[in-house]
Design a protein around this ligand. Structure first.
Ligand code: AP5
Ligand code: ZN
Length: 217
C-alpha cells in the first residue's frame, strides 16, 4: 500500500507515519528528513536547499522530484511506502502520479491531517527529536517517559530543528497556504482524500487513520 500524508507544518505527519511504518511494515519517506541529511553532509543538494529551508520556503520542484524519484525506485520501497512531506505543490502531485503509473503503481490513499493554525505554532515550538533514532517528542503533549532519555533507544541526545523558530514557522505556514493547500482538491476529485481530525490526542488520530485504511481494504 502506498500512502500520502498531507497537512500543514506540525500537523503530526512525521509522528503518525513513524507509527504506521512500524505497524504495517511500510517505509516512511520524509522529504524534509532527506533534505536535512543532505544539509548535514554538505552535499550540492544540501547547499541549494539550506537557505530556502532556513527561510521557511519550499525548495524547487525539480530538486525534490529528482530526489523522491530515486528514493522510491529503491528495493525497500517496492512493498509500499508512506510519503511524509511530499507532494507539496500541484506540479509535484502530478509528477508523482505519472512516475508511479509508468511503473504500474499508484497512491492508494491520501490522509489529510486537519489541524487549526493556532495549534500548530505551539506544537512546533515544543517539538524535539531523538538525535539517535529520530523519534519525535513534544515538551507539552508528548515528553519522554523518563526525562532526558529516549523511549525507543535510550539515547540522551535530543535536538531541535533550525526552522522551528516562530518567525520561520510563520513563513512555512504561508508557503503551505499558498502552494500546498491547493493540492487538496486534486486528490479530493480523484476520490482518494480522507480527512482526519489531527487535533485529537495522537493515539486517537492513529485510530481514525486505521479506520480510513480499513475502509480502503
Ligand atoms: P518538513 O520536514 O516536511 O516539515 P513540515 O511539513 O513543515 O512538517 P513538520 O515536520 O514540521 O510537521 P509534522 O506534520 O511532521 O509534525 P510532527 O509529527 O513532527 O519540511 C521542512 C522543509 O523542507 C520545508 O519547509 C521545505 O523547505 C523543505 N521541503 C520538504 N519537503 C519538500 C517538498 N516536497 N517540496 C519542497 N520543499 C520541501 O508533530 C509536531 C509536534 O506536535 C511534535 O512535537 C509532536 O510530538 C506533536 N504532536 C504530533 N501529533 C500530536 C497530537 N495529535 N496532539 C498533540 N501533539 C502532537
Ligand atoms: Zn531514540
Amino acid at each position: 500500500m502506498n500512502i500520502i500524508f498531507l497537512g500543514p507544518p506540525g500537523a503530526g505527519k512525521g509522528t503518525q507515519s513513524k507509527l504506521l511504518e512500524e505497524r504495517y511494515g511500510l517505509i516512511q519517506i520524509s522529504t524534509g528528513d532527506m533534505l536535512r541529511a543532505e544539509v548535514a553532509k554538505g552535499s550540492e543538494t544540501g547547499k541549494q536547499a539550506k537557505a530556502l529551508m532556513d527561510a521557511g520556503k519550499l525548495v524547487p520542484d525539480e530538486l525534490i522530484i529528482a530526489m523522491l524519484k530515486s528514493r522510491i525506485a529503491q528495493a525497500d520501497c517496492q512493498n509500499g511506502f508512506i510519503l511524509d512531506g511530499f507532494p507539496r505543490t500541484l506540479a509535484q502531485a502530478e509528477e508523482l502520479d505519472s512516475m508511479l503509473s509508468s511503473d504500474g503503481k499508484k497512491i492508494d490513499i491520501v490522509l489529510f491531517l486537519d489541524v487549526d493554525e493556532e495549534i500548530l505554532a505551539d506544537r512546533i515550538s515544543g517539538r524535539f527529536t531523538c538525535g539517535n533514532c529520530g523519534k519525535t517528542y513534544n515538551d507539552v503533549s508528548n515528553p519522554p517517559k523518563v526525562d532526558g532519555v529516549c523511549d525507543s533507544c535510550g539515547s540522551h541526545e535530543f535536538k531541535r530543528r533550525a526552522d522551528d523558530k516562530r518567525e520561520t514557522v510563520v513563513e512555512r505556514l504561508k508557503e503551505y497556504r499558498k502552494l500546498t493547500a491547493p493540492i487538496l482538491p486534486f486528490y479530493e476529485k480523484a476520490g482518494r482524500l480522507h480527512k482526519i481530525n489531527g487535533m485529537l490526542p495522537a493515539p486517537e488520530v492513529t485510530s481514525e487513520i486505521e479506520d480510513a485504511l480499513a475502509s480502503e481494504g
